[in-house]
Design a protein around this ligand. Structure first.
Ligand code: SF4
Ligand code: ZN
Length: 319
């Protein structure tokens, strides 16, 4: 199989585009796809500082590399969830990646923030682990964005993630989630603007980018992931894709085209009029959901107010 562009030996086939690329032409293709997404969804303004959520997996580390190559101002943020060996490996790989490339990284620990690791939080509060994790990440990402003067939060969700999530949301007609399934969401309700620049690229393409660029990432899945359905939906879409290349992209982008009519983004939501009485982050009630989660872990919290967050390390210094 040869590269469709330069006829050198191909390293990857992309059946949905009926094409194949050598390493150099694949790199150009992938960078073009990300540039196109950023432009189409107006993800960044020239002066934006981007807070990038980095898990240590292939997508977020590759996105860090790509956004840096595009000369954007990126600050990595990794939350150590305290999930035994998995978190140790994730934090270590993220830290090594940043150090090697001289990228700026903030690492915070859920245990320093709440007094408990994610498995203990889930167990003590009887909340599904992913729900406690999502709630904590939302709060801590937003707080870090304010602390480090970032205007937008980027995540490494790829097309497979988005298409399988879409399938699940449609099968259960989760209107509230469908409304939020856009790759660029404006700031609302005290939450920072959010973008997903990899939504045009598949899992396989991101793994190929990581491999070709020597990115050492965490391969195993998070052991707390109870979302077997998400994996099942990915498998179904991959089976359909095998029979009919291009269907996954058509399904997901077909939704995005229609979703702008169904759920116009211009809809304004009023910003929170209050600040949490405990952490002073913006919220709609007296006490934000993150502080309520912490109270469930420790019903009589010390009046800690807003002590500075303990930050494990930052590489190198952030200006
Ligand atoms: Fe958090 Fe769940 Fe993802 Fe694990 S699988 S990182 S617990 S959201
Ligand atoms: Zn709070």
């Amino acid at each position: 199989m040869n590269c469709r562009v330069c006829k050198k030996k191909a390293v990857i086939a992309i059946p949905r585009h009926n094409t194949a690329f050598c390493a150099d032409c694949f790199d150009k293709y992938l960078m073009d796809q990300v540039r196109k997404t950023i432009k189409e969804f107006r993800m960044f303004s020239p002066d934006d500082r981007i807070l990038l959520a980095v898990s240590g997996g292939k997508d977020s580390l590759a996105l860090w590399d790509i956004l840096t190559r595009l000369e954007l101002d990126v600050l990595g943020y990794h939350l150590d969830l305290g999930i035994s060996e998995y978190s140790k490996e994730s934090t270590e790989k993220t830290r090594l990646f940043a150090e090697k490339r001289g990228y700026r990284l903030i690492v915070e620990e859920i245990e320093s923030e709440t007094g408990a690791t994610l498995p203990v939080i889930a167990e003590s509060t009887k909340r599904p682990p992913c729900s406690a994790c999502g709630l904590s990440k939302r709060h801590l990402f937003n707080r870090a964005a304010r602390q480090y003067d970032c205007q937008v939060l980027a995540t490494g969700h790829n097309m497979d993630d988005e298409a399988s999530r879409l399938l699940g949301n449609i099968l259960h007609w989760q209107d509230g989630y469908l409304e939020k399934q856009f790759p660029a969401l404006p700031a609302e309700g005290g939450l920072i603007r959010k973008v997903k620049p990899l939504n045009r690229l598949t899992e396989k393409e991101m793994a190929a980018y990581a491999y070709l660029n020597g990115i050492d990432y965490v391969i195993r899945e998070c052991p707390m992931s109870a979302d077997a359905k998400q994996i099942f939906y990915k498998k179904i879409l991959n089976d359909i894709e095998k029979e009919s290349p291009g269907t996954k992209q058509f399904f997901y982008f077909g939704f995005l085209e229609r979703s702008q009519k169904m759920f116009p983004l211009s809809k304004e939501t009023s910003p929170p009029s209050e600040n949490c009485k405990m952490c002073h982050e913006p919220c709609y009630t007296d006490i934000c959901s993150f502080c309520r989660l912490k109270m469930k872990l420790s019903p009589f919290p010390e009046s800690s107010e807003t002590e500075d967050t303990p930050i494990t390390f930052i590489t190198p210094n952030i200006s």
